[in-house]
Design a binder for this molecule. Structure first.
Ligand code: NAD
Ligand code: DAU
Length: 360
């Protein structure tokens, strides 16, 4: 077994932040397997393009032969699985890809990992880790007075996306329980930060604000999400990989609950300071549009376990992280222009036209 890891989905938002940090920190070789769907982007990895510690492989986690060959060739000490279809609204429009990648793809990865792990000697077997990156959405929706999600909460997924992630979590659990493979699962809240694809609320609002377009808020904007800066998610995953108890799940969150309306007002206030309009405020572009079907009201993570067992705490507050994020988008408009051409326009047309808003 080598000191290298295989990361899947490492050209997407969180995966690319993770891979960039890993390589820049000099933590060893990373084999980055990514299908490059609309959400995957090699530009996210431009900083480490020439670095011999990063090997990019264009491919699908559902391709057994490819995954099996990579495991045999590189003999990694860990697999970190980020690869997924990740957008709730797209899962409502077309769940098929979510079933294929999030469930069947994860199953395939687990099967290949099982074959590889079975071939290792006892010491390497004990040291191997499969870390599955999952979401708080598997726990369903909270009311305003419910306690935050703990690892012991029942799974109650409500969207095709969260149901597909829940299914993959169950498979990971079963592979540990049945075969004894050293599995770890993390369930994280909403991330934000650099390389966030502008189909999601925060980068979409920044992009639309700067382009004079409506800032679409689903329903009345009272839904609550618990926001975590992406760099903090990456430190948490590294900590779980290093010291997490095998077979355990760890909730990861920022203790930053905000309504969507609060988030959008904060973004407008920061943009008013960092990139003022000729007249008026970006808040004037806020528009209320038809709600997301089955829209979960509130997510909140109780991150006590990871803090108590592994000493992890987020470094950023929402206030510091969101300032950095807006600044990143303002200085990376080429990246934004690149990812908002082509297929992006079709998606925006499809998603917002039916909500009664023209955004494309
Ligand atoms: P993303 O959509 O930005 O990136 C997903 C990446 O996976 C892309 O690079 C894509 O090309 C790749 N991919 C998709 N299907 C693939 C396949 N079959 N084989 C190989 N690669 C494939 O997603 P993200 O926001 O970076 O999320 C990463 C992971 O973290 C997901 O598993 C998601 O469920 C989980 N998560 C996300 C958040 C969040 O707020 N974004 C929060 C908690 C958990
Ligand atoms: O909680 C973790 C999850 O967070 C991850 O598992 C998902 O992969 C990730 O996409 C995210 O899911 P959400 O559905 O919470 O994120 P999104 O940015 O799509 O929406 C955040 C909130 O903003 C949600 O309540 C819906 C609302 N929203 C979203 C969009 C795109 C709007 O009001 N308007 C919009 O245009």
């Amino acid at each position: 077994m080598n000191d290298c890891i295989i990361v899947t989905g490492g050209a997407g938002f969180i995966g690319s932040n993770f891979v960039n940090d890993w390589v820049k920190l000099g933590l060893g070789k990373v084999i980055n397997l990514d299908k490059l769907t609309y959400a995957g982007n090699l530009a996210n990895l431009a900083d480490i393009e020439q670095n011999p510690e990063h090997i990019f492989v264009h491919g699908d986690i559902g391709h057994s032969e490819l995954v099996g060959d990579l495991l045999k060739l590189y003999q990694p000490r860990a697999v970190v699985n980020f690869a997924a279809e990740s957008h709730v609204d797209r899962s409502i429009h077309g769940p098929g890809e979510f079933i294929q990648t999030n469930i069947v793809g994860t199953f395939n990865l687990l099967e290949e990992a099982r074959t590889y792990w079975s071939s290792l000697n006892d010491a390497d077997k004990a040291n191997f880790r499969f870390l599955h990156v999952s979401t708080d959405e598997v726990y369903g929706s909270l009311s305003a007075t419910d306690s935050a999600f703990k690892e012991t909460n029942a799974y109650e997924p409500n969207s095709p996306y969260s149901a597909s992630k829940a299914a993959s979590d169950h498979l990971v659990r079963a592979y540990h329980h049945t075969y004894g493979i050293p599995m770890l699962t993390t369930n994280c809240s909403n991330n934000y930060g650099p390389y966030h694809f502008p189909e999601k609320l925060i980068p979409l609002v920044i992009h639309n604000a700067l382009n004079g377009k409506p800032l679409p808020i689903y329903g009345n904007g009272s839904n609550v999400r618990d926001w975590l800066y992406v760099g903090d998610h990456c430190t948490a995953i590294r900590r779980v990989l290093e010291a997490g108890r095998v077979g355990e799940t760890y909730n990861i969150g920022g203790w930053n609950e905000k309504t969507n309306l609060e988030v959008v007002h904060t973004l407008c206030d920061i943009l008013d300071q960092q990139k003022p309009k000729k007249s008026g405020s970006y808040c004037e572009q806020i528009t209320f549009v038809q709600d997301r079907p089955g829209h979960d009201q509130r997510y909140a993570i109780d991150a006590t376990k990871i803090e108590r067992e592994l000493g992890w705490k987020p470094a950023e507050t929402f206030e510091t992280g969101i300032q950095k994020t807006v600044a990143w988008y303002l200085t990376h408009q080429d990246w934004v222009n690149n990812v908002t051409s082509g297929e992006y326009k079709n998606w925006v047309n499809t998603n917002y036209k039916e909500r009664g808003e023209e955004l494309a």
